[in-house]
Design a protein around this ligand. Structure first.
Ligand code: C5P
Length: 229
């Protein structure tokens, strides 16, 4: 079977954490592995899409068949996404934001390693809000991708919170992930996804992250070539 449903479609995927430097050797990070975002990039490529993956620091290898751009901070991630968005005159078809972007960066990170001075108090770290990459791309005036997908990790009222996020960020779909302790998925290899969009909610069974990626890619393919049965 050589026909691929996303052939000719261009996709942007973000993945992994961001690192926010405090000084040249210290940073604020989070525990995102990048597994889900990388799997999505690969699954879209397997369906024929031309995929650019913008990834924060991860230990995973770059997925096969995907153009990977490595970044460190949230600001770099936004700049890289905007470069992908503006690389051609036509808007992207698909953008999936799976990265765990740090909400705050360090205001004026130090150019030299902060030194311990005996008796001196510890340095204060001032945080400043990072740009919301998903919202920025979803609300771009002329180059908004045709389908913008975000993620939401919630511990309660998963679907209500996802609906609110859909509206606030201006995206088309939210993959809401139940990460309550009872779900047992936090930090694990599987995800329980509710796909929330303007027409309703599709609740998926608990699947491993590769299967979530394949199912999402299939769902995206259906969106671009709807089955008319
Ligand atoms: O607001 P919250 O962080 O819960 O939103 C999660 C979604 O927004 C994810 O899709 C994430 O990749 C995206 N996001 C982003 N830039 C941020 C914060 C979140 O792209 N600064």
């Amino acid at each position: 079977q050589s026909w691929k449903p996303l052939a000719g479609r261009r996709a942007l995927v973000t993945s992994g954490p961001t690192h926010e430097p405090i000084d040249p050797v210290r940073l604020i990070a989070n525990r995102s592995s990048g597994k889900q975002g990388h799997a999505i990039a690969r699954a879209l490529a397997e369906l024929g899409a031309e995929v650019t993956l913008v990834s924060g620091p991860v230990t995973l290898p770059p997925p096969i068949g995907v153009t990977t751009v490595a970044v460190e901070t949230a600001r770099e991630m936004l700049a890289a996404c905007q470069r992908v968005q503006m690389a051609e005159t036509a808007p992207l078809d698909i953008a999936v934001f799976a990265a765990a972007v740090a909400d705050w960066g360090v205001d004026g990170s130090a150019p030299q390693k902060l030194k311990k001075t005996p008796g001196a108090p510890p340095p204060a770290i001032h945080l400043v809000p990072n740009p919301d990459i998903l919202a920025t791309i979803a609300q771009s005036a002329t180059l908004r991708p045709a389908l913008v997908v975000g993620f939401a990790a919630e511990t309660e009222q998963v679907i209500d919170h996802a609906r609110a996020k859909l509206a606030r960020k201006g995206c088309d779909w939210i993959c809401a992930n139940d990460v309550s302790p009872a779900s047992g998925t936090f930090g694990g290899d599987s995800n329980t996804i509710h796909l929330v969009h303007h027409e309703g909610v599709e609740s998926w069974p608990t699947l491993d992250k590769t299967a979530v990626a394949r199912r999402l890619a299939d769902r995206i393919a259906t969106r671009f070539s709807p089955v008319t049965a």
